[in-house]
Design a protein around this ligand. Sequence first.
Ligand code: ADP
Ligand code: 5GP
Length: 188
Amino acid sequence: MPGKLIIFSAPSGSGKSTIVKYLIDRGLDFKFSVSATSRKPRGTERDGVEYYFLTPDEFREKITAGEFIEYEEVYPDCFYGTLKSEIENKLNAGYDMLFDVDVVGGLNIKKFYGERALAVFVKPPSIEALRERLEKRATDSPEMIEKRVAKAVWELEFAPKFDVVIVNDRLEEAQAETERVVRKFLGK
Ligand code: ADP
Ligand code: 5GP
């Protein structure tokens, strides 16, 4: 049987990575989708592991050839996208796949796969709580935190379009609820 797709989208700092890690610790088995991008590799990032790294022209050729399920040009020459080949090979091998993409990309994948995909939006209890979490996480500069918060206000408008909205207020509850809906969807 071909696998199913679980899509996680959330404003940065909502707790998406924490919840995904919990699912894996609980024994749920997924293949992560590796996206393509035309941004340059950072630090220890390797081609084919964190991303498939392409030049902007290579990325455009694949767009023209219809090789993407979805893609976005985040700023000029900086593309991100999900390759059909990446998904089909793994799904056809029977693996369930997990997607960590932005809200627009997530909804586009959902539109393409319909009932085979579960689109989950992880929501912070409030914008104030989101800001506090980003400050506590201490991985971003104050300017970057303000950018992420401003983007979150826009991203939250997309929440009603998702199959499931998980409000991550008390972490244990959000984790248990996410595990329940994911297991139900996968029949596991
Ligand atoms: P994302 O992957 O959505 O950017 P993270 O999983 O990195 O978010 O979470 C952001 C920060 O908030 C982390 O420091 C994490 O430990 C913390 N966090 C996650 N969930 C909660 C919660 N329910 N209450 C308080 N802090 C949380
Ligand atoms: P970064 O450059 O920090 O790795 O990622 C920047 C943004 O690109 C994140 O918001 C991430 O969710 C988004 N992203 C990563 N892969 C994809 C993809 O395949 N499609 C879309 N639409 N966005 C992606």
